[in-house]
Design a protein around this ligand. Structure first.
Ligand code: IPE
Ligand code: IPE
Ligand code: MG
Length: 251
Protein backbone atom coordinates (compact mmCIF):
# COMPACT_ATOMS: atom_id res chain seq x y z
CA UNK A 1 0.00 0.00 0.00
CA UNK A 2 1.42 3.41 -0.91
CA UNK A 3 1.64 5.99 1.91
CA UNK A 4 -1.18 8.15 0.46
CA UNK A 5 -3.43 5.09 0.33
CA UNK A 6 -2.78 4.35 3.98
CA UNK A 7 -5.69 6.22 5.47
CA UNK A 8 -8.07 6.61 2.57
CA UNK A 9 -10.90 4.22 1.87
CA UNK A 10 -11.00 2.46 -1.51
CA UNK A 11 -14.00 3.16 -3.72
CA UNK A 12 -15.31 -0.40 -3.81
CA UNK A 13 -16.15 -1.63 -0.31
CA UNK A 14 -17.33 -5.22 0.19
CA UNK A 15 -20.94 -5.46 1.37
CA UNK A 16 -20.27 -8.59 3.40
CA UNK A 17 -16.99 -9.49 5.10
CA UNK A 18 -16.40 -12.84 6.82
CA UNK A 19 -13.58 -13.26 9.33
CA UNK A 20 -12.03 -16.46 10.64
CA UNK A 21 -10.61 -15.04 13.84
CA UNK A 22 -7.62 -17.35 14.18
CA UNK A 23 -4.41 -17.22 16.19
CA UNK A 24 -5.61 -16.40 19.71
CA UNK A 25 -3.79 -19.40 21.15
CA UNK A 26 -0.49 -18.60 19.45
CA UNK A 27 -0.81 -14.92 20.41
CA UNK A 28 -1.07 -15.98 24.07
CA UNK A 29 1.67 -18.60 23.78
CA UNK A 30 4.07 -16.02 22.35
CA UNK A 31 3.55 -13.99 25.53
CA UNK A 32 3.77 -16.91 27.94
CA UNK A 33 0.06 -16.54 28.74
CA UNK A 34 -2.69 -19.19 28.94
CA UNK A 35 -4.74 -19.75 25.76
CA UNK A 36 -7.82 -18.19 27.35
CA UNK A 37 -5.95 -14.90 27.74
CA UNK A 38 -5.61 -14.99 23.96
CA UNK A 39 -9.33 -15.55 23.56
CA UNK A 40 -10.04 -12.62 25.86
CA UNK A 41 -7.66 -10.40 23.88
CA UNK A 42 -9.35 -11.61 20.70
CA UNK A 43 -12.74 -10.61 22.08
CA UNK A 44 -11.42 -7.16 22.98
CA UNK A 45 -10.14 -6.81 19.43
CA UNK A 46 -13.55 -7.66 18.05
CA UNK A 47 -14.94 -4.44 19.53
CA UNK A 48 -12.34 -2.46 17.60
CA UNK A 49 -12.99 -4.32 14.35
CA UNK A 50 -16.77 -3.88 14.67
CA UNK A 51 -16.25 -0.13 15.12
CA UNK A 52 -13.97 -0.07 12.05
CA UNK A 53 -16.51 -2.00 9.95
CA UNK A 54 -19.17 0.55 10.85
CA UNK A 55 -16.78 3.40 10.05
CA UNK A 56 -15.93 1.86 6.65
CA UNK A 57 -19.57 1.28 5.68
CA UNK A 58 -19.47 -2.53 5.66
CA UNK A 59 -23.05 -3.77 5.97
CA UNK A 60 -22.58 -7.40 7.02
CA UNK A 61 -19.84 -8.88 9.17
CA UNK A 62 -19.72 -12.61 9.86
CA UNK A 63 -17.29 -13.79 12.52
CA UNK A 64 -16.27 -17.37 13.11
CA UNK A 65 -16.23 -17.65 16.89
CA UNK A 66 -16.57 -21.40 17.56
CA UNK A 67 -16.74 -24.27 15.11
CA UNK A 68 -18.60 -27.56 15.41
CA UNK A 69 -15.11 -29.12 15.63
CA UNK A 70 -13.96 -26.85 18.48
CA UNK A 71 -16.00 -28.91 21.02
CA UNK A 72 -13.14 -31.42 20.82
CA UNK A 73 -10.71 -28.96 22.50
CA UNK A 74 -9.79 -29.43 26.19
CA UNK A 75 -12.85 -28.97 28.44
CA UNK A 76 -11.32 -25.96 30.24
CA UNK A 77 -10.87 -24.11 26.97
CA UNK A 78 -14.38 -24.95 25.74
CA UNK A 79 -15.93 -23.85 29.05
CA UNK A 80 -13.83 -20.68 29.00
CA UNK A 81 -14.94 -19.85 25.47
CA UNK A 82 -18.59 -20.38 26.41
CA UNK A 83 -18.11 -18.05 29.37
CA UNK A 84 -16.51 -15.38 27.19
CA UNK A 85 -19.39 -15.62 24.71
CA UNK A 86 -21.91 -15.26 27.55
CA UNK A 87 -20.08 -12.30 29.06
CA UNK A 88 -20.08 -10.53 25.69
CA UNK A 89 -23.87 -10.77 25.65
CA UNK A 90 -24.10 -9.65 29.29
CA UNK A 91 -21.70 -6.72 29.02
CA UNK A 92 -21.62 -5.54 25.41
CA UNK A 93 -25.20 -5.85 24.24
CA UNK A 94 -26.26 -2.29 25.05
CA UNK A 95 -23.18 -0.84 23.35
CA UNK A 96 -23.75 -2.98 20.27
CA UNK A 97 -27.36 -1.83 20.22
CA UNK A 98 -26.33 1.83 20.51
CA UNK A 99 -23.93 1.36 17.58
CA UNK A 100 -26.85 0.17 15.45
CA UNK A 101 -25.69 -3.45 15.30
CA UNK A 102 -28.19 -6.18 14.49
CA UNK A 103 -27.09 -9.50 15.99
CA UNK A 104 -27.68 -12.81 14.29
CA UNK A 105 -26.51 -16.28 15.15
CA UNK A 106 -25.29 -18.86 12.64
CA UNK A 107 -25.19 -22.45 13.82
CA UNK A 108 -27.07 -24.57 16.29
CA UNK A 109 -27.98 -23.42 19.77
CA UNK A 110 -29.05 -26.87 20.93
CA UNK A 111 -25.80 -27.72 22.75
CA UNK A 112 -26.04 -24.63 24.93
CA UNK A 113 -27.69 -24.64 28.36
CA UNK A 114 -31.36 -23.49 28.16
CA UNK A 115 -30.82 -20.20 30.05
CA UNK A 116 -27.82 -19.34 27.86
CA UNK A 117 -29.81 -20.18 24.74
CA UNK A 118 -32.66 -17.95 25.96
CA UNK A 119 -30.17 -15.13 26.52
CA UNK A 120 -28.88 -15.42 22.96
CA UNK A 121 -32.39 -15.41 21.50
CA UNK A 122 -33.32 -12.39 23.62
CA UNK A 123 -30.23 -10.48 22.41
CA UNK A 124 -31.13 -11.25 18.79
CA UNK A 125 -34.69 -10.04 19.35
CA UNK A 126 -33.46 -6.89 21.15
CA UNK A 127 -31.37 -5.75 18.17
CA UNK A 128 -33.70 -6.96 15.40
CA UNK A 129 -34.65 -3.48 14.16
CA UNK A 130 -31.05 -2.24 13.86
CA UNK A 131 -29.62 -1.95 10.38
CA UNK A 132 -26.29 -0.16 10.48
CA UNK A 133 -24.28 -3.39 10.64
CA UNK A 134 -25.58 -6.96 10.65
CA UNK A 135 -23.22 -8.98 12.84
CA UNK A 136 -23.52 -12.72 12.27
CA UNK A 137 -21.91 -14.71 15.03
CA UNK A 138 -20.99 -18.19 13.83
CA UNK A 139 -20.94 -20.11 17.09
CA UNK A 140 -21.24 -23.89 17.12
CA UNK A 141 -21.21 -23.40 13.37
CA UNK A 142 -19.97 -25.76 10.68
CA UNK A 143 -20.55 -25.37 6.96
CA UNK A 144 -21.21 -29.06 6.47
CA UNK A 145 -23.57 -29.16 9.45
CA UNK A 146 -25.42 -26.19 7.96
CA UNK A 147 -25.89 -28.01 4.65
CA UNK A 148 -27.02 -31.17 6.46
CA UNK A 149 -29.58 -29.09 8.41
CA UNK A 150 -30.80 -27.55 5.15
CA UNK A 151 -31.26 -30.93 3.48
CA UNK A 152 -33.13 -32.27 6.50
CA UNK A 153 -35.43 -29.24 6.54
CA UNK A 154 -36.14 -29.51 2.81
CA UNK A 155 -37.06 -33.17 3.16
CA UNK A 156 -39.26 -32.40 6.18
CA UNK A 157 -40.99 -29.67 4.15
CA UNK A 158 -41.65 -32.16 1.35
CA UNK A 159 -39.73 -30.08 -1.21
CA UNK A 160 -39.94 -31.60 -4.69
CA UNK A 161 -36.53 -32.80 -5.98
CA UNK A 162 -36.93 -30.75 -9.16
CA UNK A 163 -37.56 -27.60 -7.14
CA UNK A 164 -34.10 -27.80 -5.53
CA UNK A 165 -31.73 -25.20 -6.97
CA UNK A 166 -28.98 -22.86 -5.72
CA UNK A 167 -31.46 -20.24 -4.63
CA UNK A 168 -33.65 -22.63 -2.66
CA UNK A 169 -30.67 -24.20 -0.90
CA UNK A 170 -29.47 -20.69 0.07
CA UNK A 171 -32.89 -19.97 1.57
CA UNK A 172 -32.57 -23.03 3.80
CA UNK A 173 -29.16 -22.08 5.19
CA UNK A 174 -28.58 -20.24 8.50
CA UNK A 175 -27.66 -17.22 6.34
CA UNK A 176 -31.04 -17.04 4.57
CA UNK A 177 -31.61 -13.51 3.31
CA UNK A 178 -27.98 -12.46 3.79
CA UNK A 179 -25.87 -11.79 0.67
CA UNK A 180 -22.87 -14.09 0.14
CA UNK A 181 -19.58 -12.83 1.61
CA UNK A 182 -17.55 -10.76 -0.86
CA UNK A 183 -14.37 -11.03 1.17
CA UNK A 184 -13.24 -13.65 3.69
CA UNK A 185 -10.27 -12.87 5.91
CA UNK A 186 -8.43 -15.54 7.87
CA UNK A 187 -5.86 -14.22 10.29
CA UNK A 188 -2.74 -15.98 11.63
CA UNK A 189 -1.35 -17.22 8.31
CA UNK A 190 -3.37 -20.42 8.08
CA UNK A 191 -4.52 -21.09 4.51
CA UNK A 192 -7.74 -23.09 4.82
CA UNK A 193 -11.49 -22.70 5.20
CA UNK A 194 -11.97 -24.94 8.29
CA UNK A 195 -15.66 -25.49 7.48
CA UNK A 196 -16.52 -21.75 7.31
CA UNK A 197 -19.26 -20.62 4.89
CA UNK A 198 -18.35 -23.36 2.42
CA UNK A 199 -21.51 -22.83 0.36
CA UNK A 200 -21.74 -19.06 0.64
CA UNK A 201 -18.02 -18.53 0.07
CA UNK A 202 -18.01 -20.26 -3.34
CA UNK A 203 -17.04 -16.98 -5.05
CA UNK A 204 -15.60 -14.98 -2.16
CA UNK A 205 -12.22 -13.33 -2.41
CA UNK A 206 -9.86 -14.62 0.28
CA UNK A 207 -7.26 -12.68 2.22
CA UNK A 208 -4.74 -14.27 4.57
CA UNK A 209 -2.78 -11.84 6.77
CA UNK A 210 -0.07 -13.37 8.97
CA UNK A 211 -1.21 -11.31 11.98
CA UNK A 212 -2.77 -13.14 14.91
CA UNK A 213 -6.37 -12.14 15.49
CA UNK A 214 -5.85 -10.08 18.71
CA UNK A 215 -3.51 -7.78 16.72
CA UNK A 216 -5.62 -7.46 13.57
CA UNK A 217 -6.55 -3.79 13.83
CA UNK A 218 -8.30 -1.05 11.86
CA UNK A 219 -5.24 -0.44 9.72
CA UNK A 220 -4.99 -4.14 8.83
CA UNK A 221 -8.67 -4.18 7.90
CA UNK A 222 -8.11 -1.14 5.71
CA UNK A 223 -5.23 -2.97 4.02
CA UNK A 224 -7.54 -5.93 3.36
CA UNK A 225 -10.11 -3.58 1.80
CA UNK A 226 -7.47 -2.07 -0.48
CA UNK A 227 -6.36 -5.52 -1.55
CA UNK A 228 -9.99 -6.49 -2.21
CA UNK A 229 -10.55 -3.39 -4.34
CA UNK A 230 -7.65 -4.48 -6.60
CA UNK A 231 -9.14 -7.90 -7.28
CA UNK A 232 -11.15 -8.65 -10.38
CA UNK A 233 -14.04 -10.99 -9.68
CA UNK A 234 -14.73 -12.97 -12.81
CA UNK A 235 -17.39 -15.57 -11.87
CA UNK A 236 -16.21 -17.89 -14.65
CA UNK A 237 -16.05 -15.18 -17.35
CA UNK A 238 -12.92 -13.93 -19.10
CA UNK A 239 -11.16 -10.75 -18.06
CA UNK A 240 -12.22 -9.18 -21.39
CA UNK A 241 -15.89 -9.96 -20.76
CA UNK A 242 -15.69 -8.33 -17.32
CA UNK A 243 -14.16 -5.18 -18.86
CA UNK A 244 -16.96 -5.00 -21.45
CA UNK A 245 -19.59 -5.44 -18.74
CA UNK A 246 -18.02 -2.61 -16.74
CA UNK A 247 -17.98 -0.28 -19.76
CA UNK A 248 -21.64 -1.04 -20.47
CA UNK A 249 -22.54 -0.27 -16.87
CA UNK A 250 -20.70 3.03 -17.00
CA UNK A 251 -22.35 4.06 -20.27
C1 IPE B 1 -9.17 -19.00 17.14
O1 IPE B 1 -7.94 -19.05 17.75
C2 IPE B 1 -10.30 -18.97 18.13
C3 IPE B 1 -11.07 -20.23 18.20
C4 IPE B 1 -10.89 -21.27 17.46
C5 IPE B 1 -12.11 -20.26 19.19
P1 IPE B 1 -7.25 -20.42 18.09
O2 IPE B 1 -7.63 -20.82 19.49
O3 IPE B 1 -7.54 -21.44 17.06
O4 IPE B 1 -5.73 -20.01 18.06
P2 IPE B 1 -4.52 -20.90 17.55
O5 IPE B 1 -4.83 -21.34 16.15
O6 IPE B 1 -4.39 -22.05 18.49
O7 IPE B 1 -3.35 -19.98 17.62
C1 IPE C 1 -11.41 -22.18 12.97
O1 IPE C 1 -10.20 -22.12 13.62
C2 IPE C 1 -12.52 -21.87 13.91
C3 IPE C 1 -12.55 -20.53 14.48
C4 IPE C 1 -11.73 -19.55 14.22
C5 IPE C 1 -13.60 -20.31 15.40
P1 IPE C 1 -9.45 -23.42 14.15
O2 IPE C 1 -8.17 -22.92 14.70
O3 IPE C 1 -10.32 -24.19 15.05
O4 IPE C 1 -9.24 -24.25 12.81
P2 IPE C 1 -8.20 -25.41 12.48
O5 IPE C 1 -8.47 -26.50 13.47
O6 IPE C 1 -6.84 -24.84 12.66
O7 IPE C 1 -8.48 -25.80 11.08
MG1 MG D 1 -6.61 -21.94 15.32
Amino acid sequence: MSPDQKDSLPERIPTHVGIIMDGNGRWAQARGLPRLAGHRAGTENLRRVIAACIEFGIKYLTIYAFSTENWARPTDEVQGLLKIFESVIDNELQELYDQGVQLRHLGRLDRLKPDFRAKVLKAIEFTRQNDRLVLNIAFNYGGRDEIVCAIQAMIRDGVDADAVNDELVSQYLFTAGIPDPDLIIRTSGELRASNFLIWQGAYSEWYFPATYWPDFDRQELLRALHEFSQRQRRYGLTGEQIKTQKKKKQA
